[in-house]
Design a protein around this ligand. Sequence first.
Ligand SMILES: Nc1ncnc2c1ncn2[C@@H]1O[C@H](COP(=O)(O)OP(=O)(O)OP(=O)(O)O)[C@@H](O)[C@H]1O
Length: 337
Amino acid sequence: MRSVPPNEQAANAPTAPQPLMAVRDVYKTYTLKKGQTLKAVDGVSFTIMPGEVLGLVGESGCGKSTLGRCLLRLSDVSAGQIVFEEQNITHLPERTLRALRPRMQMVFQDSYASLNPRRRIGDLLAEPLRVHRTPEGTRRNSATIAHRLTELMELVSLPHTALERYPHEFSGGQRQRINIARALVLAPRLIVADEPVSALDVSVQAQIVNLFADLQKHLGLTYVFIAHDLAVVRQISTRVAVMYLGVIVELGETDTVLHNAAHPYTIALTQAVPRPVVGAARPAPLRGEIPSPVNKPSGCRFHTRCPAVQPRCQNEAPALRQIAPGHEVACHYPVLK
Ligand SMILES: Nc1ncnc2c1ncn2[C@@H]1O[C@H](COP(=O)(O)OP(=O)(O)OP(=O)(O)O)[C@@H](O)[C@H]1O
C-alpha cells in the first residue's frame, strides 16, 4: 500500500468549520462630558459558528447593545478585533463595509422608530433591493423586486396587502415582523437582534420568538439574540453568553447555562426565570443595584453583590476560563455540581 505523503494528508484532511464571526478582546470606551471614561465593553471574546444562535443576556446597562452594534460595525470598537467570514472587519472603511452590510443585519427593540412613518412598507423593503446589486453584480429589475417582496411577506406571515400600508397601521408585533422582513431583504448570514421582543406584549413575544426560530431553521441563519432575561433567550439559543458590567462572566450551551450554571450571577439570573411548576419556590432575586459602569468595583466586578464573595474576589479580577468542554466561567470559585 502506498503511504500518503504528509502534504497530501494535509490536503485530504477535512477542514475544520470556521466561525462565522470571531470576536477577540473587544473594548468599547465612551468619553463622558466630565472627562470620565466608561468602558461599556471591557474585553470580550467569543466565536459564533454558522447556524448558531448565541443568546446574550445581562441586566440593563451591562453593554449588550453596545457590543451588538460593535459586532456589525455600527459602532467603532476602541480595541480588539472582529472577524466576519474570515475577514477582519475591525477597521474597514465605510465604503468597504457597505458591500458587507447585506450579509449582516440588525433588528432593534423599537419596532416603530426603525421604520420611516412616511413610507409604505413595500417602498421601505424595496429600497435595499434597489440600492444594492445582486451578489452577481447585476441590478434588480422591478419584477425581481416585486417577487422578493412577496417572498418576504410569506416568510414573516404578513398578508401581501401589508406592502401598500404605512407603519402606523400595524400593531407592535406586526411592525416587528416588518423589521424582520427588512433585515432579511438581502439574504443576510448574521442577524443581531437587540431586545427584539422586549417592547411587545407577552402573548406576542412568544410569536415573534417563534418566528425568529422558524426563520433561523428555514434559512440557516446565524443570530446573536440580545435580551435582558434568560426566559426569552432560552427559547431560541443554542449557546448563551452572560454579561455583567462590560464582560462575559459565563458562556456555554443553553442547557448547561440554565441547569448547570457555575457563576453566582448566572445562578441568580436563572433563579429569576419564571418556573413552569405551579407553587415552585421563587428564590431571592439579585440583591442590590448594578454598580456604575464608570466606577466599577475592583477585582471581580460582581463581588459587591455576590452571595459567595471571598477576600480574593475584592482584589483579583477572574479571567474567563474553561471549566468543562465548551463551558467558560469568570469566577474564582465557580459553583461546580
Ligand atoms: N453613546 C454613548 N455615550 C456614552 N455612554 C453610553 C453610550 N451608549 C451606551 N452608553 C453606556 O454604556 C453602558 C452600556 O450600555 P448598553 O446600552 O450597551 O447596555 P445594555 O446592556 O444594552 O442595556 P439596555 O438593555 O438598557 O440597553 C451604559 O452605562 C450606557 O449608559
